[in-house]
Design a protein around this ligand. Structure first.
Ligand SMILES: O=P(O)(O)OC[C@H]1O[C@H](OP(=O)(O)OP(=O)(O)O)[C@H](O)[C@@H]1O
Ligand SMILES: Nc1ncnc2[nH]cnc12
Length: 222
């Protein structure tokens, strides 16, 4: 995958192998990886349990939004562990020096992955939460703007970093995280999310970086 600074789509949703299920999630892996790796992920029986454990709440936080609630997955330690393990199996041995987690759901999965692969954890926080000197990246949401901040000195130039969040919708948040880390000189290896919303998969703005998603929600739009 090239690293050109454009807004090309980089997620290959399910590679056509996603399996629709009753609760509206497809078991899917959307990697920009070797075919063999993709096959392993798609055939992995743990994906079914992960998908089943995510609750979809209609019209939250506002009408029309099908909210993908991961708190139900967190109540099931075996499934929670399966999700972390799948990420760890993918990233172990890849020379990842840092895992950067996006507030808030990236703080749930990121530290466990970081510890398991022997990397440091860097919180990317919403504005005015970090006490030290920060660098900031403002990004555009569907309505309005938001901002991510990181402590200066958290990452060293050329360190290999994995970005983790719970969910990718438009990709705007991940794109801001990539920009922030690259401005600090980091080498962004990949972005990893538990859930991808397929509604947006053709318009991701990820600066040419791959995104790896365990399950795809099919119930976003009603
Ligand atoms: O791909 P995007 O369109 O940028 O959207 C994805 C972002 O939206 C959600 O965060 P949210 O702002 O809801 O904050 P939270 O995780 O703190 O609830 C999600 O956790 C991602 O960070
Ligand atoms: N549909 C959704 N469910 C959970 N979190 C989200 N963040 C953005 N869209 C979301």
């Amino acid at each position: 995958m090239g690293e050109e600074a454009n807004c090309d789509a980089v997620m290959e949703a399910g590679n056509g192998n996603g399996k629709a299920k009753e609760n509206g999630h497809a078991v899917a892996a959307m990697p920009d990886v070797k075919a063999d790796d993709a096959v392993v992920a798609l055939a992995d029986p743990r994906l079914q349990g992960i998908s089943d454990a995510i609750r979809v709440v209609p019209h939250f936080p506002k009408p029309g939004i099908m909210f993908n609630d991961i708190t139900t997955l967190l109540l099931r330690p075996g499934v929670f562990k399966d999700a972390v393990d799948m990420f760890v199996e993918r990233y172990r041995g890849m020379g990842i020096a840092a895992v950067a987690g996006i507030e808030a759901r990236g703080f749930i999965f990121g530290p466990a992955i970081a510890l398991a692969v022997g990397a440091k954890f860097i919180p990317l926080r919403k504005p005015k939460k970090l006490p030290g000197e920060v660098i900031s990246e403002t990004y555009v949401l569907e309505y309005g703007t938001d901002c991510l901040e990181m402590h200066v000195g958290a990452i060293e130039p050329r360190e290999r970093v994995l970005i983790v969040d719970g969910l990718v919708a438009t990709g705007g948040t991940l794109c801001a995280a990539i920009n922030l880390l690259e401005r600090a000189g980091a080498d962004v290896v990949e972005c990893a999310c538990l859930i991808g919303l397929p509604k947006f998969k053709d318009c991701y703005k990820l600066n040419g970086k791959p995104v790896y998603v365990l399950v795809e929600s099919l119930e976003y739009e009603k």
